[in-house]
Design a protein around this ligand. Sequence first.
Ligand code: PHE
Length: 454
Amino acid sequence: MSTGTMKKSHSQWSSRMGFMLAAAGSAVGLGNIWKFPYMAGQMGGSAFVLTYLLFMFMIGLPILVLEWLIGRRGQKNPIHTMEDVAVAEGHSKSWRWVGIIGVLGSFLILSFYSVIGGWATDYIFLAAQGTFEGVNGEVTGQIFTDFLGNVNHLLTWHTVFMFATAFIVALGVGAGLERACKVMMPGLGILLLILVGYAAYVSGPSFGQAFRFLFTPDFSAIGGTAMLAALGHAFFSLSLGMGIMMAYGSYLGKDVNLLSTARTVVIMDVIVAMLSGLAIFPLVFANGLEPGSGPGLIFVTLPIAFGNMAGGTILGVLFFIFLTFAALTSSISLLEPTVELLEEKTRMGRKTATTVSSLFIWALGIACILAFNEWADIKLFNKNIFDLLDYLTSKIMLPITGLGTVIFGAWMMKQDLIRKELNLGPFWFSIWTLLTRFIIPVAIVIILVFGLIQ
Ligand code: PHE
């Protein structure tokens, strides 16, 4: 079906397992460990958790499948994939805008994601040096504030993190992305189990309290705000709407079953989020800390717990290594769409394409760093650069791309072929159709509208 000739031979994942780990590596990240627990904490625990779970399976999973499916058809970077698949289905080339906004989104997100990845990396060393021993909330708050005020320090760690990301991506799809995830993902699983086990052990009855906080259904608490946040987070957490999964799909062989692979990836992503909650909240409750303290939860609140328990230094180090690994397997995925684009559309080889993209992203990251200190007062629409980028990407670009993808997949592509490709019987296919044609687009429009007027 491909139009035109392909310029360079296209890489592929070496196995279904490799692909699955890379996709799970992209999905599991700061979103699961940093963002999910603090959002759950702020939005009443289980109300948010249950809505998020529903959206992950009902909305996230079908869009994940569609991104892979389209990527696999196109076999190119997200922009030219969208263009080629649209033309092959008899539609306008303008569908490439879905790819353009996606690639741009991943580029912008990486600039601030790398800054936070840098914080995580630095906190490994802070924890290892015993910085948190015996601290109280005032001290950890002060450490974090001083940390955010120190430009050189933030810049160093942003640079280290971005360099590590670029290094892995430059090695290529198989030798870089896939291999890194094959090493880091099992490590991540082991670290997480140790953390949860340890949290359960040291916090005694608070473990039960954390469990109830996250899972006791309280339907009265499910309101508009929690729903909106949960939907946005389902997107972010599965790395949807950013061209990433489409790029990953373009390296995918015909024999991989998309639905079952997507199910596994969604389940892994959800399990990591839940277990992160179960590693963090028992410590929060056992130490009488505030679950709703917001983005500072793991950088300000958690160190208090680490600093005041037996073996806390080791646990703290393990926790921040875990966070850094998770961030790194996501940041490499954020760099991939831009690199794939440059590699295919210019004369640049993989290494040059990676270096050029990374330098631009790194430079934009510096603006995000300055937003915490020297440029804190520079505001547009009442937001500093960091908040503005987060807002622009997660509240605007990501839902628009997601909407474009689902409308394209459900209304523009030949449904018969999709049914065959997904191997669905009539009953499940009608559910699929109902979801992708109606329920999901309407739900996304609702997030967009609410997100914009809030
Ligand atoms: N899904 C990743 C996470 O949960 C973040 C991410 C977002 C990665 C967007 C890629 C794209 O942290």
